[in-house]
Ligand binder design. Structure first.
Ligand code: ATP
Length: 513
């Protein structure tokens, strides 16, 4: 299966098993808006809990807040979003489809990278053990040709980005022969700027209405509460404020499922520090956040940093944590050194003094900020795309399994009586279920054959299946099947809780941080 096909299968799987549904589906859906189903919401909540606890419980100097989506419209002037939160868009005149010009070029560069990797893989296959990858990359003519092409386009693109030269964006697209995937033509309009904020009005009459925006990031809710939290929490610098909440962006192109949505959720933490210490803290948070990711167990090789060459208007250093999605390495989280841009501007626009008095040095200053910002939905997609596997079994059948890291799995254990028409078995199974449900999210399932029930649980990523059979009534043991190994073992009912807990308890993940 190609990665493209795999991605389509994953999207269908998410719908079939209650993870993610297109929004308003009975009305044919709403572009780039998705709802989480009964399984999806559990996975999402577990991810949020892992993040929230890692931030607010493991760090005594980080506290959480929950600010509103609606905020004073001036906030978005101060933050620079009214003036500068734009994407460069381009239309194909034949298909009438709209694209982000920068993404078209980035995808083109991504394809060249893929070609290089394919050449290397071919070389590896051909030369076997004697393969010297470094030498191959430095000498193979096909690799060198693609590399040169990459460098040339990349350099032009970076220069155009730096200069916000949109005519050059278009020229690169034309020179590279990038065509619209729908019409297959290179008949492009000029590149234009497009503001991504959604607006609505507040107030009961049209006359008195104020234009307000749906927040495009949660960060500003933290900045405008900086003084409140610092004073009421008696926080000393360095300290952080964390928040999880919805954000809205009128994305020009919103394909790739929940990777790019118009309504999504962010987990953001703003860390307030003394000016001059920002690069040290930036390095520290890069390391901390990467550790948080790798700790989940999805393979360190699937993550990488991508340092920004062009910095946002507010930043003096920035990097992305990229994850290897089925469509390539893409941004999962952003880490930014935001200077005192936001607090400084809120001070200017609001007229309120926003500073910190350092009791030790006796100085007052506007704190600098390191931000870590991760999309919950992108994290859900990372987990699901990594977890989805089709495995050939010894009996010739295939099983679909979601090997979701156990502490994040929506259902931790399924309790099943071997047969449903035996009251003793169903009674004992219900009793086990009623006991375990206070500690774990469990599912009781008595329909269909045991084999089918195992498949259903594999498909939603349940780490344990617990089967109650006739012997259980006598020996007080049950059969526990492990999702990943499919191994079965007899376990005393009294030991079930400890066995499950060892594998699924989120605290075990947190302890490794
Ligand atoms: P991109 O370059 O992919 O548009 P960005 O650099 O604009 O992302 P940030 O503003 O840094 O993203 O937002 C922080 C995080 O929020 C991103 O790393 C991503 O995980 C998430 N995010 C941003 N936009 C979206 C979206 N439209 N849908 C889902 N998640 C998003």
């Amino acid at each position: 299966m190609t990665q493209d096909e795999l991605f389509k299968v994953l999207v269908a799987h998410c719908k079939e098993y209650g993870f993610i549904f297109p929004s308003s589906e009975i009305y044919d859906g709403l572009a780039a808006v998705y709802d989480y189903g009964q399984m999806g919401v559990e996975l999402k909540n577990n991810i949020k809990q892992y993040w929230w606890n890692a931030m607010t419980r493991l760090n005594e100097n980080i506290v959480g807040i929950d600010s509103c989506i609606f905020m004073h419209p001036k906030i978005w002037e101060a933050s620079g979003h009214v003036g500068a939160f734009n994407d460069p868009l381009i239309d194909n005149k034949d298909s009438k489809k709209r694209y982000r010009a920068d993404v078209l070029i980035e995808d083109y560069l991504g394809k060249i990278e893929e070609k290089i990797e394919k050449e290397v893989a071919k070389g590896k296959k051909k030369f076997g053990d004697s393969f010297d990858e470094e030498q191959f990359r430095a000498t193979n003519p096909n690799v060198l040709r693609e590399k040169a092409k990459y460098e040339e386009v990349h350099n032009r693109f970076k220069a155009a980005e730096e200069a916000s030269d949109f005519a050059e964006y278009r020229q690169i697209i034309i020179d590279c022969g990038i065509v619209c995937p729908i019409s297959g033509t290179c008949n492009w309009t000029d590149v234009r700027q497009f503001n991504l904020m959604f607006s609505t009005s507040m107030g009961s009459t049209a006359d008195g209405a104020n234009t307000i925006y749906l927040r495009p990031e949660t960060a500003q809710g933290i900045f405008v509460n900086y003084l409140n939290v610092q004073k009421t929490g008696r926080m000393k610098i360095p300290f952080g404020i964390a928040q999880i909440g919805k954000a809205f962006r009128n994305e020009i192109v919103a394909r790739q499922f929940i990777f790019r949505m118009r309504e999504f959720e962010q987990m953001e933490m703003q860390f307030f520090i003394k000016p001059g210490t920002e690069l040290d803290w930036f390095a520290k948070w890069k390391e901390t956040r990467m550790k948080w990711h790798v700790n989940i167990g999805m393979g360190a090789e699937n993550y990488r940093f991508h340092d920004h060459e062009k910095l946002a208007h507010y930043a003096n250093a920035a990097t992305d944590v990229e994850f290897k999605f089925p469509f390539g390495f893409k941004e999962l989280e952003g880490i930014h050194s935001r200077t005192n841009f936001d607090l400084g501007n809120h001070q200017k626009f609001s007229g309120k003094k926003i500073t910190y008095f350092d009791p030790e040095s006796g100085e007052s200053y506007t704190p600098y900020v390191i931000e870590t910002s991760i999309g919950v939905d992108r994290m859900v997609l990372a987990v699901l795309s990594h977890a989805y596997k089709e495995e050939a079994l010894e009996n010739g059948e295939t099983r679909v399994v979601l090997s979701i890291p156990a502490p994040l799995a929506p259902i931790k254990a399924a309790v099943m009586p071997l047969v449903k028409n035996n009251e003793e078995l169903t009674g004992l199974a219900q009793q086990i279920m009623n006991d375990l449900k206070f500690d774990f999210n469990c599912q009781y399932d008595e329909k269909d054959s045991i084999g089918k029930r195992y498949r259903r649980q594999d498909a939603i990523g349940t780490p344990f299946c617990i089967t109650v059979d006739h012997d259980s009534l006598v020996d007080h043991c049950v059969t526990v099947r492990d999702r990943d190994t499919m191994q079965q073992e007899r376990v005393p009912i009294a030991e079930l809780r400890a066995l499950i807990d060892k594998k699924v308890n989120l605290n075990n993940l947190l302890r490794n941080l």
